[in-house]
Design a protein around this ligand. Sequence first.
Ligand code: PEP
Ligand code: MG
Length: 889
Amino acid sequence: VKFVYDFTEGNKDLKDLLGGKGANLAEMTNLGLPVPPGFTITTEACKVYLDSGEEPVALRDEVSAHLAALEKTMDKKLGQPDNPLLVSVRSGAKFSMPGMMDTVLNIGLSDKSVQGLAKQAGDERFAWDSYRRLIQMFGKTVLGVDGDLFEDALEEAKKAKKVAVDTELEAADLKKLVTKFKKIVKAEAGRDFPQDPREQMDLAIKAVFDSWNGERAKLYRRQERIPHDLGTAVNVCSMVFGNLGPDSGTGVAFTRDPASGHQGVYGDYLQNAQGEDVVAGIRNTVALGELERIDKKSYDQLMQIMETLENHYKDLCDIEFTIERGQLWMLQTRVGKRTAGAAFRIATQLVDQGLIDEAEALQRVNGAQLAQLMFPRFDEQAKVEQVGRGIAASPGAAVGKAVFDSYTAVKWSRSGEKVILIRRETNPDDLDGMIAAEGILTSRGGKTSHAAVVARGMGKTCVCGAEELEVDTKRRRMTVPGGHVVEEGDLVSIDGSSGKVYLGEVPVVPSPVVEYFEGRMHAGADDADELVEAVHRIMAFADRKRRLRVRANADNAEDALRARRFGAQGIGLCRTEHMFLGDRRELVERLILADTDVEREESLKQLLPLQKQDFVELFEAMDGLPVTVRLLDPPLHEFLPDITELSVRVALAESRKEPHENELRLLQAVHRLHEQNPMLGLRGVRLGLVIPGLFTMQVRAIAEAAAERRAAKGDPRAEIMIPLVGTVQELEIVRDEADHVVAEVEAATGTELKLAIGTMIELPRAALTAGQIAEAAEFFSFGTNDLTQTVWGFSRDDVEASFFTAYLEKGIFGVSPFETIDKDGVGSLVKAAAQAGRETRPDLKLGVCGEHGGDPESVHFFHEAGLDYVSCSPFRIPVARLEAGRAAS
Ligand code: PEP
Ligand code: MG
């Protein structure tokens, strides 16, 4: 195997091997764009190192060969005292990952070569500044020295000199600072700063490998569901300098606005600075448009390159560049992150420009983004007290208590508080706090600052660079213009779409996308918003492409109607237990307490018309579309009063010598029905089999409701579903009874009802004997909630609070299997059962109605497994439609 690739050898499709950064540097090199020469060490090398703790044997020689070639190209040698080649060492995984070691610049500088650099550049100050940066970055990221020690020393030097910014420090000051920095390294790392340039490079490469398993990197991967075994590549690139004077500088640019998708000139530029100054938001940048005035030649060239890149990648790209004494260099490009709204707009814009087709447009958006667009926004009519405005970095409306550090953000959010994390600027140490917060507010930094980039990636509301806010993290407070002080715990509201910051709690209103799905806003209307137009078109693409139908989990007419507006093609799960609550509880209680057949029949008779009416309404709301009604599932004790409460009531009545015969009877029933593990107890079909008349009453209600709707010229399409079946015998018995009742209703009403009868597959035994079960079922609906808990053997109600966090932290799960289908375990049972069922009955209808039916990744799995439909809660229907379309294209 080959572990090192020159930039001229790779291309953009080699991200697995070269990481995103390396692959794109190679692509730009081969497009003939000005990229400083260099090479990439592959993720394979990193994996060998992570697995064995040693770099692959061949790596050293390969690096030597590529370094020699680079030295030849550049006509300099790494760290050569009189004419040094300097390189940067940068991490670069397949997916961009904050929290990993990012960059060490100026490798190759030493006590000797710093002189050479000074001569080469004709600038002694510059050389010493570069050297102190190297020691600082190397000390912090490679040798693990606390970065604040260097920052403090730098501050001290500025104070001693009575200057405000680093650029005012002179060569002599920086020389002293270098001495100080070296002392810090020696004291903290227990070794000298390495003077051998090759040793610097090798240590930096190893540090990049190690950073893959840093705590923050691991946390980020879990959050983003990035596999832990990909490893990172390492890019070694010859240095170019943006800090060689006013004709030098560095910047970032987007080919379109990452917040709106509009074309134009977007980015930031910082004169006389190195890359990390911009990203860290340390000094204030100017808008990219200013570069035209500062350096027209480079500006024009940059515009040209951006056009080349956008046409080549057929997407929004973001770019890092440096200008060294009037010469433009491209340091990085990638398909840029964008807000959810911009993703939809850009996808349709690119279709209109003829750059991509509909299928590709669907790949440019995803369900998570759509879900984000369905969040509410702040009410524009509300009386608000705006106290500042920053940059709209990541959209959304967030309200919460002000906290000024990550630790408090995490602590408060764990105890159920909503918090807004307020910082002057964020850095990778704030990641946990950012995850815990509702939103992030910073007073410094631009659209490309750490806070902005990370928040956008997480889909979290963020306002950054709100400069009139004075954030004092030490005293945990923020002073707003006019002098009002926001203390820790005070409520603040931030709008990531407008950048506005408010005091107090601002009320929120629904999103336009929801208004559109609800039919209260129309695409094509004069005042329709651009975003709604884009969503409308993308949804149409998805609906044209998808094979999976999408149904709703709904058990009342209101939800059914909403689901229909959102595009549901029927109801995949009506949980009838929800019809047994409220004021009907008393009837249900009587049914449970019935001692005699007569008593039981009496209460069933009273329940029948109520149930029937529920179904009439539901069938009407879903007229013409299938409605799967599931017969009663949960254990009876769920309908009875709480055991402790009732015991207290009985005891009290006893002591007061009050009559309590009914309570006593109830208590006895509660005791009798109390189960240690009700999930595996008397529920589902078992209940139907032991409580005579219960299921038949429900079947009768369904059949009569259907007949009534038919008589009213409606088109009811009811399907009867039996829960928790483990063996075909259970199903056969219930089925016979049901067939009998349906026939009775058909005869009595003179209508042919054609009610399909099917079952849930939610127990492993059902899945394993699906071939037999299909004999008695016209459809299967996979209950992946119960199937997950029974296949794994853990209770869906208990485990998320007990050991899941530990499992997620240990990487046993990337995500809860109750959220995303466990493909290897539960998923393979689903596939096998679907296949076995269809072997018995080729026209068997297959669906899924567990929570997974609305989860993007799971929808793709069900598409591949060949199911006919997914069923999910009404609000997730648009997401399921979109993902089903993406899965099919
Ligand atoms: C299931 O188990 O997946 C299911 C849909 O049923 P319930 O969640 O009601 O148990
Ligand atoms: Mg279930």
